[in-house]
Design a protein around this ligand. Structure first.
Ligand code: ACO
Length: 334
């Protein structure tokens, strides 16, 4: 009998501090009107002093484990997608493992904003091959730590957060089709040039622009509006389904204008394309599980629904997963 990977638990966490467009108006030459019109974002969350990616990841993981009814000791693999690890090493996954009292193998995946779909692929592969039966998959980022808050072209876009799912082996299909892609020829379009071995951060190198997120926004936009439809259709084909079968398309939450263009290109009604970018901004690897958890906790997704999760980001990278939702509808009361 074929072993499938099912999502049996989901959880997310947003840091408490809210950064509004009005707050940004006081920091750079921008306006609430420009940000809303060009991105759809009104506010985003930001880590507090002393808070790091691992702290967000631990909170999301605790919620997902409780939702699945699984003890940390019951997990046999932890994969964490992030491009803003607490440190270059050890892996943030190891810090999360220690905080949760787990003993399983734990490692990070860096695929930027596609990080969750890449981490999900690793978890699904481990389960389908029989090498693991319960995997904790986390997407977590604190990119505001790598933003130049004097650069209006990037500082309005990003926020912090974390989301997690528990995958369990099942006889019933859960994750039906999953595809990934990378194109290193676009590596220069979105990057943090310094801080690695190519360009170590040196004492005194204080406010060098190369330490912050640098992006060719127009090119990334063009890439996104092609990558999302292509990856979605490939994953649907791999799962034997079509756009009409989807209850929800859950794309990486980067910019409402990207989502509007994707709706037109795929011919999918806007009411089936999830968006809460207005209140989260672009939370990178956290974005898809945060969106999925919002759908779940607000009772808008029910057992049997077909959902497509689609990410894109630096690398360039992209990925899509078509998932049969197997959990019962959540209600506000529970
Ligand atoms: N406030 C006011 N004006 C601004 C701002 C701002 N915050 N930012 C840029 N502008 C100005 C520009 O300077 C430019 O002025 P100019 O015409 O005088 O030169 C003008 O607005 C238009 O700039 P564009 O870059 O053409 O604006 P655009 O409509 O393309 O929007 C944006 C820019 C929002 C960045 C868009 O290109 C975008 O969303 N790109 C995709 C970004 C993305 O998704 N990144 C995440 C990828 S995932 C990952 O891996 C991290």
């Amino acid at each position: 009998m074929t072993t499938h990977a099912c999502i049996t638990g989901i959880g997310s966490y947003l840091p408490e501090r809210i950064l509004t467009n009005r707050d940004l108006e006081a920091m750079v030459d921008t306006s609430e009107e420009w940000i809303v019109a060009r991105t759809g974002i009104r506010e985003r969350r930001m880590v507090a002093e002393g808070e790091a990616t691992s702290h967000l990841a631990v909170r999301a993981a605790e919620h997902a484990l409780a939702d699945a009814g699984v003890q940390p000791s019951g997990i046999d693999l932890l994969v964490l997608g992030t491009s803003s690890p607490d440190m270059i090493f050890p892996a943030t996954a190891c810090l999360v493992q220690e905080a949760l009292g787990m003993t399983c193998p734990a490692y990070d995946v860096n695929a930027a904003c596609s990080g969750f779909v890449f981490a999900l692929h690793a978890g699904v592969t481990a389960i389908e091959s029989g090498r693991a039966s319960r995997v904790l998959v986390i997407g977590a980022d604190a990119l505001t730590r790598h933003i130049d808050f004097a650069d209006r072209t990037t500082c309005v876009l990003f926020g912090d957060g974390a989301g997690a799912v528990v995958l369990e082996a099942s006889d019933e299909p859960g994750v039906l089709g999953i595809v990934l892609g990378s194109d290193g020829s676009g590596a220069g379009l979105l990057k943090i040039p310094a801080g690695g071995s190519a360009r170590p951060v040196t004492p005194g190198g204080a406010r060098d622009a190369s330490r912050f997120v640098q992006m060719n926004g127009n090119e990334v936009f063009r890439f996104a509006v092609n990558a999302i439809p292509t990856a979605t259709l490939e994953a649907l084909e791999a799962s034997g389904h079509s756009i009409d079968d989807l209850a929800w398309l859950v794309p990486h939450q980067a910019n409402q204008r990207i989502l509007n263009t994707v709706e037109q290109r795929l011919g999918i009604p806007p009411e089936r394309v999830f968006s809460h970018v207005e209140t989260t901004g672009n939370t990178s690897a956290a974005s898809i599980p945060l969106a999925l958890d919002d759908l779940y906790t607000s009772g808008r997704i029910a057992s049997g629904d077909l959902v497509a999760l689609v990410g894109f980001g630096a690398g360039l990278t992209w990925g899509a997963a078509v998932v049969r939702w197997t959990k019962p509808r959540s209600t506000e009361e529970n």
